[in-house]
Design a protein around this ligand. Structure first.
Ligand code: CIR
Length: 259
C-alpha cells in the first residue's frame, strides 16, 4: 500500500467571483461549499491519505482548486502558469507547500497550463489543449520530464473546461470518459468506462491506489463503476460544481517518497 499526501486549500470567501467558462453563474452557498469540502478532506483521510490543508485565500476566488497549480509526479513537481489571469497568483503558496516534498520546475511565459488539463497515465502525460493550456507549456513540460522517461502529448478537448472534466483514471489501465468531449482513440492501450449519456459531468474521479473518491450526483455512472468492481467513497460535490470544479480539482495528491 502506497502512502499519499494531499494538499488542499479551504474555500475562498470570494468563491462567488470565480471564473466560469461553460456554465452559467448560479449563487454558491459558501457555508455549504465549505462543509462539502470538509467531507471531501475526510473522504481522503478515510482511505489513508495525509491531508495538508492550506488556509483560505481571501482575494483569490478559485484558489480551492489547487489541482490547477501543479503537476506532482514521483520524480518532481511542475508549478503551472494558469491560463486565467485571475488564477496566476494562486501558485505561490502551492510552490511553497510542495517545496519540502519535490524538486520544483516552473512553466514560463508564453506557456499556460492548468493542472486540470494534465492526466498522467503511466509514463505518458496527456495535456488537454483547452482554453487554459497551450503547446508552449506542453513543450516545456516535455523538456522537464524527458530525463525521467515521460512523454507529454497535447490532445484535443472540446465542450468542457479541462481534460479531466472529460476523462480521468479509475484503475491502472482504466479510464472513465465522456466520449463527446475527447477522442478515445487518443488514449492507446487502456480500457474505458463511458459515463452515462445523461450525466455529462460524471467523468471526474480521484483515484487513490484502488479506490476512487466520486461525487454522489451521478447514480447511473456510479452503477457502471460498481459493475466494474471499482471501490468508491462517495462525496457531495454539487456546490463547488457551480464554480465549474469537480473532485480532482480540490487536491494535489502525491506519493510520499522516503529518501
Ligand atoms: C476555473 O474556471 O478556473 C474554476 N472556476 C474552476 C476550476 C476547476 N479546476 C479543475 O477542473 N481542475
Amino acid at each position: 500500500m502506497n502512502q499519499f499526501f494531499a494538499i488542499t486549500r479551504a474555500v475562498s470567501p470570494a468563491i462567488n467571483q470565480c471564473e466560469l467558462t461553460h456554465i452559467d453563474r448560479a449563487p454558491i452557498d459558501y457555508e455549504r461549499a465549505t462543509a462539502q469540502h470538509h467531507q471531501y478532506e475526510e473522504a481522503l483521510r478515510s482511505i489513508g491519505v495525509e491531508v495538508v490543508s492550506l488556509p483560505a485565500e481571501q482575494e483569490l476566488p478559485d484558489s480551492v482548486f489547487v489541482e490547477d497549480c501543479a503537476i506532482v509526479l514521483d520524480e518532481c513537481a511542475i508549478i503551472t502558469r494558469p491560463g486565467a489571469d485571475s488564477r496566476k497568483p494562486e501558485v505561490a503558496a502551492i510552490a511553497a507547500a510542495l517545496a519540502p516534498h519535490r524538486g520544483l520546475m516552473f512553466v514560463r511565459e508564453p506557456g499556460v497550463v492548468d493542472g486540470g488539463d494534465v492526466l498522467p497515465v503511466g509514463k505518458t502525460l496527456y495535456v488537454g489543449l483547452s482554453s487554459r493550456s497551450n503547446l508552449s507549456a506542453v513543450e516545456q513540460m516535455q523538456a522537464f520530464l524527458a530525463p525521467f522517461g515521460y512523454s507529454v502529448r497535447g490532445i484535443t478537448v472540446t465542450g468542457c473546461l479541462h481534460l479531466k472534466t472529460a476523462v480521468t483514471q479509475v484503475g491502472e489501465h482504466t479510464l472513465l470518459v465522456n466520449p463527446n468531449w475527447v477522442n478515445k482513440a487518443d488514449f492507446p492501450d487502456v480500457d474505458f468506462i463511458d459515463v452515462d449519456p445523461t450525466e455529462s459531468f460524471a467523468a471526474n474521479a480521484v483515484l487513490v491506489d484502488d479506490s476512487i473518491i466520486y461525487p454522489m450526483s451521478f447514480p447511473r455512472t456510479q452503477k457502471r463503476l460498481e459493475e466494474a468492481g471499482i471501490k468508491m467513497v462517495l462525496v457531495p460535490a454539487d456546490e463547488l460544481a457551480k464554480a465549474e470544479g469537480a473532485v480532482t480539482c480540490c487536491s494535489l495528491l502525491f506519493r510520499k517518497i522516503i529518501y
